[in-house]
Design a binder for this molecule. Structure first.
Ligand code: ARG
Length: 459
């Protein structure tokens, strides 16, 4: 067994204990970050004269050869090592001998793992952001093509007022834009380098922490070494941003599932992004959207888990913190995959514009506009509301839309109605009159689409 603490111990670790304690099976995914951190540390040790330049160069070269061998599959992660850090050190010593034993000078696995995780999360935030940006591009394409696609807007899942598909998707655009904003603010706050914090109390060697921080792309070293090794806030923030993003994805998926149902028929999912039934030949199921929605549980689970793990931990490092990895990795993979899949789903779905318009027309979504019409003719809104309500009741009785009523029927309820009522309550004018900023009217949405395009071009 290849352990790092041999000197003080006289017995071998119990087999079950070893398995329980080991993290290599999951922290092996940090190998690239571990090598990056070690190379920066070795370069700094050399510059500071703590080890010789030649030793530093041999370490960096050795790390490079390990990296290449892992990437090509020539070097495997075998179970005798406890974690990625001991794996690396053992292989380095194997390859370059004595110089390898000097790499850990002025360093602890506590600041090492804190660094590895931070580097990893920083990379993952970048990848998540790129996927979000791509998805926003897909949403924006749908918006551009559907400025005049009328559909009912809902409240309480009841048809409320007519909107456009561009407007509806525009709401999701804003949600995922905010998700990106959360990611970039996390990046700003987490921009301190833990390396050089040592086990918890720094070190007696003359480390140049500014150098390693810069080398590794951080703005500065962690200001406090105890915080440096025990801070996992950035991970909690990331999981919480992912949970919010996943909540948005889940709402979106839920709507596409509804819209794809026989009752709505607003969208048809592409064959490549749906599945069939083994028994019912007519079925085309929205499994992908359902899975995107369903996987929300494991993402929230990871957030709850790390919050709970961290809540009672005294300073500084505790082994509990090793539990920051497995569920986090799973949650990150899950959200990234969901973004990819759902992006493809949205990019390929077909929108049934007739069904959307029909649904808006048949759902009395223009009832508010009937009332507004009467207000325009001098009625008080409360009276106008009541007249419009009575007209809706009549339509339900006759099984027709408001615009199907004859002018005589309108006039039974108020003598303020004239021929121009039909124009006033057409779907088109109901939408086009809504021109306040953020509203679905074409002129307003054109500005929104323009702004969204500029935002994507700039960020
Ligand atoms: N595998 C450990 C982790 O993931 C690395 C740090 C171990 N440090 C220690 N003192 N045991 O947290």
């Amino acid at each position: 067994m290849a352990v790092l603490w041999g000197g003080r111990f006289t017995k071998e670790t119990d087999g079950l204990v070893k398995k329980f304690n080991d993290s290599l099976p999951f922290d092996k995914r940090l190998f690239e970050q571990d090598i990056r951190g070690s190379a920066a540390h070795a370069a700094m040790l050399g510059r500071q004269g703590i080890i010789s330049d030649e030793e530093a160069a041999r370490i960096i070269e050795g790390l490079g050869s390990i990296k290449a061998d892992i990437e090509s599959g020539r070097l495997e992660f075998t179970s005798e090592y406890e974690d990625i850090h001991s794996f690396m050190e053992a292989h380095l010593i194997d390859r370059i001998g004595e110089a390898g034993k000097k790499l850990h000078t002025g360093r602890s696995r506590n600041d090492q793992v804190a660094l590895d995780m931070k580097l990893y999360i920083r990379d993952e935030i970048g990848q998540t952001d790129a996927l979000l940006k791509h998805f926003l591009g897909t949403i924006l394409n749908v918006m551009k093509e559907n400025l005049d696609t009328y559909m009912p807007g809902f409240t309480h899942l009841q048809k409320a007022q007519p909107v456009t598909l561009a407007h509806h998707f525009g709401a999701y655009f804003e949600m995922f834009r905010r998700d990106r904003g959360r990611l970039s603010s996390i990046l700003e706050r987490m921009d301190t380098c833990p390396l050089g914090s040592g086990a918890l109390a720094g070190t007696t060697y003359p480390l140049d922490r500014d150098f390693t921080a810069r080398e590794l792309g951080f703005i500065r070293p962690a200001r406090n070494s105890m915080d440096g090794v025990s801070d996992r806030d950035y991970l909690i923030e990331f999981l919480s941003a992912l949970s919010i993003c996943q909540m948005h994805l889940s709402r979106f998926a839920e709507e596409m599932i509804l819209w794809n149902s026989n009752e709505y028929q607003f969208v048809e999912l592409d064959d490549a992004f749906s599945t069939g039934s083994s028994i019912m030949p007519q079925k085309k199921n929205p499994d992908i959207a359902e899975l995107v929605r369903g996987k929300t549980g494991r993402v929230y689970g990871a957030l709850t888990s790390i919050l709970t793990t961290m809540k009672g931990l005294p300073l500084a490092y505790n082994k509990d913190m090793q539990e920051d990895k497995e569920l986090s990795f799973d949650a990150i993979d899950t959200v990234k995959n969901n973004l990819r899949l759902f992006d493809g789903c949205v990019a390929t779905m077909r929108f049934n514009k007739e069904a959307m318009a029909r649904s808006a027309r048949n759902g009395f979504t223009n009832a508010t506009d009937v009332a507004d019409y009467l207000v325009g003719k001098g009625a008080a809104f409360r009276d106008a509301h009541s007249v419009a309500g009575a007209l809706v009741l009549r339509c339900i009785d006759r099984n027709c839309a408001l615009d199907d009523l004859t002018l005589d029927e309108f006039r039974e309820f108020s003598d303020k109605f004239d021929e121009d009522i039909y124009e006033a309550i057409s779907l088109k004018s109901c939408v086009e009159k809504r021109l306040t900023e953020g509203a679905p009217g074409r002129a307003s949405m054109e500005r929104a689409v323009e702004e969204a395009g500029q935002y994507l071009a700039q960020s």
